[in-house]
Each structure stands twice: as structure tokens, then as C-alpha cells.
Design a protein around this ligand. Structure first.
Ligand code: FNR
Length: 189
């Protein structure tokens, strides 16, 4: 059964290595998963004063996430935490209160860094927010370290062990999505 995965990348820069990892993951995933890269760079800063008349970008973002069966976060680490632009997107998607777009969507987190720690701080801060938002996360963790060395100049993933890791992670994620989304469909029926 086809399942749509909303992909949120926590970096806005054109040459983002996190985006390269997200694209490699999508290419290696089982074919029943369809990936919708949802952009977050044009979302106005979250402001409760705007909630009664929300910006069109907020509404479009919430609708895209709501329409998906699952969510995948691929993010760099900024100062041992989540980039502000990604936290903003999470906050925008979480509102209005009681109608969060994230609620009950099966999810996974991949953190990416040119360093050796693989974005551990960002990964776990993100997991903390997603636990609060009732996103059932694939518990298997994914840290992609030394990330600049993994891609060639055309942006292609050329490291064999990372390729095999991402392939395995994508298959585990597909099974997780099926388990959670399938169960949700059954309970609704
Ligand atoms: C960084 N970087 C970084 N890296 C890391 O492993 N841990 C960290 O805490 C930080 N902190 C940090 C703060 C800020 C403000 C910037 C701009 C950068 C480096 C970061 O991993 C590097 O710039 C990556 O290339 C960012 O990911 P993208 O944009 O390539 O996906």
C-alpha cells in the first residue's frame, strides 16, 4: 500500500548535506513510500497573535503534513540542538491547540553532521519535542557523522557503509509506518 512521507529538512542552504542525506534515504527506500519534501524556509515566525488569522504559509504547511501518513526529519545540529528554523516549523505544525498536524503520525529522525558526534544533541532535543507531540518514533537511531566525506561533487552518496545503513534504516522505517498507520486504519474501520 502506498504511504506518503512528509520530509522536513532542518537546513535551508542550497548545498545542505542534510538534504543530500534525505534524498539518498528516499532513493534507497522501499517503493511503496512516496516522499513529499515540505519546505519550511518561508514559514513566518510562530506568533500566537497571528493564530486567529493564520498566515497562508502556515495553513499550507499544516495541510501538507496532515495529508501525509508519516513524517521524516533530517536535520543538522546547531549549537548542540535543533536549528531554529526547524523548531519554528514544529511549533507551527503543532497548532491550533488540539489540532496538531503531527499527532499520531509515525516518524523517524536522522541527524547529520560533518563532525564525529553525528548531531546527537539535535537528534535528542528533536525526539523530546516529538514525544510531547505524540509522534510514535522509530526507536532505532540514525546519526550520520563525517557527512561531508560521504558524497561526491555531484551530491551522490558514494560511501558504501552509509548506503547500507540508510537502506536498512529506510526498510525499518517502512515497516514501522505500516505497523502504525495500518493499525490506525484498522481501528478507524
Ligand atoms: C553549526 N554546526 C554544528 N555542527 C555540529 O555537529 N554541532 C553543532 O552544535 C554545530 N553548531 C552549529 C551552529 C551553527 C549556527 C551553524 C551554522 C553550524 C556545523 C554544521 O553541522 C554544518 O554547518 C552543517 O553543514 C550544517 O548542515 P547542512 O546545512 O549542511 O545540512
Amino acid at each position: 500500500q502506498p504511504r506518503t512521507v512528509a520530509v522536513v529538512v532542518g537546513s535551508l542552504r542550497k548545498d545542505s548535506v542534510s538534504r543530500k542525506v534525505a534524498k539518498a534515504f528516499a532513493a534507497l527506500a522501499p517503493k511503496n513510500l512516496k516522499f513529499d519534501f515540505v519546505e519550511i524556509g518561508d514559514l513566518p515566525h510562530f506568533d500566537q497573535d497571528l493564530e486567529s488569522d493564520p498566515p497562508a504559509q502556515w495553513t499550507a504547511f499544516r495541510n501538507r503534513v496532515s495529508a501525509a501518513d508519516a513524517v521524516l526529519f533530517v536535520t543538522p545540529e546547531y549549537n548542540r540542538s535543533v536549528p531554529g528554523v526547524l523548531k519554528n516549523a514544529i511549533d507551527v505544525g503543532s497548532r491550533p491547540y488540539g489540532a496538531s498536524a503531527w499527532n499520531a503520525k509515525p516518524g523517524a529522525v536522522i541527524s547529520v553532521s560533518p563532525g564525529g558526534i553525528g548531531g546527537f544533541g539535535a537528534n535528542h532535543h528533536l525526539r523530546q519535542s516529538l514525544a510531547f507531540l505524540n509522534v510514535p518514533l522509530l526507536s532505532q537511531e540514525a546519526y550520520v557523522g563525517n557527512a561531508f566525506a560521504l558524497f561526491d561533487e555531484t551530491g551522490e552518496l558514494v560511501n558504501e557503509s552509509t548506503t547500507e545503513f540508510l537502506r536498512g534504516y529506510a526498510h525499518a522505517f517502512a515497516e514501522w509506518v505500516e505497523r502504525i498507520a495500518g493499525d490506525t486504519v484498522e481501528r478507524k474501520a
